[in-house]
Ligand binder design. Sequence first.
Ligand SMILES: [Fe+2]
Length: 166
Amino acid sequence: MSIKKILFGTSVMLVTVFSLNSCCEHGDENTDVVADTVQKTEIIKKIREELIINRDTITISDYNNVTDFENKHTPDITFGEKDEKGYVVINVLVGSAGIVHPSVEEHWIDFMTLFINGEQYKHIEIQNGEGSNKQDFFAPLKNGDVVKIVLGCNIHGIWESSVHYE
Ligand SMILES: [Fe+2]
C-alpha cells in the first residue's frame, strides 16, 4: 500500500470520527434543551395549578340587584357575522355592565367552556396573564340556539351565562 493511500485512508477516518463526535455532542445539547424545556413547562403548570384556589359554582343571588362583583364575573356573550357554512364568531368578554374582570398573573380567567343547546362544544384552559378575559369561539349556530359559557376565575370560582342566538 502506498503512503498516499495510507494518508488518504487516515484522513477519511479522522473526518468520519470528527463528524460523528460533532453529531453526538449536538445530540446531547439538544437532549439537554428538550429536558430543560419540559422541566420549565412542568414548573409553570404547577405554579398555575397552585394559583387556582376556588372551584365553587357561584350564581347571581338577586337578578334585580346584581352586584359589581357578580357583574365582574358574568360572561358577556355577543355574536359576529355568520359565514356561508353557518359558522358564527362568538365573542366572550368577562364582565358585564361595563365592569371587566382583571387579567393578571395572580388573578385571571383560567378556563372557558362553550355549550350549545346543553352540549359541550369547546373547552379551553387559559394561561394566567394578559388577555384571559376575552376569548373568541367559532361554532355553527342557528336561530334559537342556546349558547352558554361556563368560566373559572382562579380566585372567585365558576360562573356562567347563557344567551339565545337570534
Ligand atoms: Fe375574579
